[in-house]
Design a protein around this ligand. Structure first.
Ligand code: G1P
Length: 297
């Protein structure tokens, strides 16, 4: 039986983490709801998926995350108020995402790691390829980052992760790959075939400076691998370990995508994301640029 080519229709957004790096701001609100200019960071990731042709968004939540569900739901009272006051543009903005997007929620009951968070979405996906987006990694690109990975998936029918070079001393913060370059002119970024990968290696053990960033397209064979993964780095079930097991059976690619990534999961990266997204914002960008120029920092 020949296997039909399957499309990437679903995306998983792990959002059950505690957000301790942003305390006290995240004491009573999810870190995914922190705004960068005028949108919560999870909305950037969701728009990225939507622009890449993903149809169903699966958000993995936990305790204290109801604000995320409310955000992607219709707010009848707010819409009525905006309508009554003639705020049509704001109304359009508020409605635009909720109208276009189909969201499902699953709960991760215990914080057992990223691999485990993704695994909770298994019953909603099962036998098809899917995307994973970590909203902490805020991508600033011309073509959506996950769309760039989906292009690679469509061509190679293999799992693919976003990668970028990081300073060597930062390698212990990421999944790091060992890989060989694949020359393929169909892709504007750099494609690599992954030979091995390790989660958060000690700096002197890092096999390269190529780090996995929070965008993945995975084949459904990953499920059994996650199911068999035992807690690794920091006692959690790591997606990197499950992918490493998958590597023994299938090729996995790394794609050095075109564009920038901001680490909005830590304070400095969050500030940088705010400045850069502020500068390119259609409403306030020009005035913000003037303001920054006028400051004697
Ligand atoms: C996770 C992954 C790691 C990856 C990183 C990208 O780590 O486990 O492999 O490099 O995201 O942001 P976390 O940032 O959740 O510790």
């Amino acid at each position: 039986m020949t296997q039909e080519k399957q499309k990437v229709r679903k995306a998983v957004f792990p959002a059950a983490g505690l957000g301790t790096r942003f305390l006290p701001a995240t004491k009573a609100q999810p870190k995914e709801m922190l705004p960068v200019v005028d949108k919560p960071i999870i909305q950037y990731a969701m728009e990225e998926a939507l622009q890449s042709g993903v149809e169903t968004m699966i958000i993995v939540t936990g305790r204290g995350k109801v604000a995320i569900e409310d955000h992607f739901d219709v707010s009848f009272e707010l819409e009525q108020l905006l309508r009554d006051r003639g705020k049509t543009e704001l109304l359009r903005q508020v409605r635009s995402l909720t109208e276009r997007v189909q969201v499902a929620y699953v709960r991760q009951k215990e914080a057992l790691g990223l691999g485990h968070a993704i695994y909770t979405a298994r019953p909603l996906i099962e036998n098809e390829p899917f995307a994973v987006l970590l909203s902490d990694d805020l991508m600033q690109t011309e073509r959506p980052c996950i769309g760039q990975l989906i292009d690679v998936y469509d061509t190679y029918q293999s799992s693919v992760v976003a990668i970028q070079q990081v300073p060597h001393e930062d390698t212990s913060r990421y999944g790091i790959i060992r890989a060989e370059r694949v020359v393929d002119d169909r892709f504007p970024g750099e494609l690599y075939r992954i030979l091995d990968m390790v989660e958060k290696p000690a700096v002197d053990k890092a096999p390269s400076d190529l780090a996995i960033l929070g965008r993945y397209v995975l084949t459904p064979q990953i499920w059994d691998k996650i199911g068999k993964t035992t807690p690794g780095s920091i006692g959690e079930i790591q997606i990197t370990d499950a992918m490493r097991a998958l590597l023994a059976e299938q090729p996995i690619y790394g794609y050095r995508f075109e564009g920038k990534r901001h680490d909005a999961g830590e304070k400095l990266g969050y500030l940088k994301a705010t400045v850069e997204m502020g500068l390119s914002h259609p409403e306030v960008g020009a005035a913000f640029r003037e303001y920054l120029k006028s400051q004697q920092f």
